[in-house]
Design a protein around this ligand. Structure first.
Ligand code: URA
Length: 216
């Protein structure tokens, strides 16, 4: 039985998100609709995950008069999808935060050892000064997420400035991420039941990468 605290996990239970998630789970949903939905959900997730961005007063001249409006103060944001499935969330995330810079992390899970293997990392300049939204639709064993977060921390990004956005989370993965990185907030649309013996999330939605890109 996985053991994690809900303190660092935010479940996005908005009806629009839950409705889209139901269609995503359906095995009869085709590639185009699946990838559109991943993108749309990512937009909503970024909306929630940026709720605490600091605002600062900015004078704006309306057609009527000048007023003090509010604009985001700290615009140093980075979106970092984990290759490959995380890139399916990127367009939607950029719709929500067009000014964000984009990095990529390539980590895969070795099918035999189930250990994460790093093969690529490219981050925007001054990553250590940015707030980072790390994107991966499925938090399964947690190995990839832990490794990607460690990589960002090694580059100087404090855990408090990293948010991990996954559409579905397995309890086992949440426990692993929380133990390794208790300072990182996880945003998810649903905490599913468990991981099966092949490390698939149950009920889940199958292999997210294959369903986004139509590979099998
Ligand atoms: N990755 C996926 O794409 N799906 C799972 O169920 C687990 C990991």
């Amino acid at each position: 039985m996985a053991n994690f605290s809900t303190d660092t996990v935010k479940v996005i239970d908005h009806p629009l998100v839950q409705h889209k998630l139901a269609i995503l789970r359906d095995k009869y949903t085709g590639t185009q609709q699946f990838s559109d939905l991943i993108s749309e959900i990512a937009t909503f997730m970024c909306y929630e995950a940026t709720r605490d961005l600091p605002l600062g007063p900015t004078p704006v001249e309306t057609p009527i008069c000048t007023c003090q409006a509010q604009m985001i103060d700290d615009r140093k944001l980075a979106l970092v999808p984990i290759l490959r499935a995380g890139t399916g969330m990127l367009d939607g995330a950029r719709q929500a935060i067009p000014a964000a810079k984009v990095g990529h992390i390539g980590i895969y899970r070795d099918h035999e050892t189930r250990q994460p293997v790093d093969y690529y990392a490219k981050f925007p300049a001054e990553i250590e000064k940015r707030r980072v939204l790390l994107l991966d639709p499925m938090l399964a064993t947690g190995g990839t997420a832990v490794d990607a977060i460690s990589k960002l921390k090694k580059c100087g990004v404090p855990g408090e400035r990293i948010k991990f956005l996954c559409i579905i989370a397995a309890p086992e993965g949440l426990e692993i991420v929380q133990k390794a990185h208790p300072d990182v907030l996880v945003y998810t649309c649903h905490i599913d039941d468990y991981l099966n013996e092949d490390a698939y999330i149950v009920p889940g939605l199958g292999d997210a990468g294959d369903r986004i890109f139509g590979t099998k």
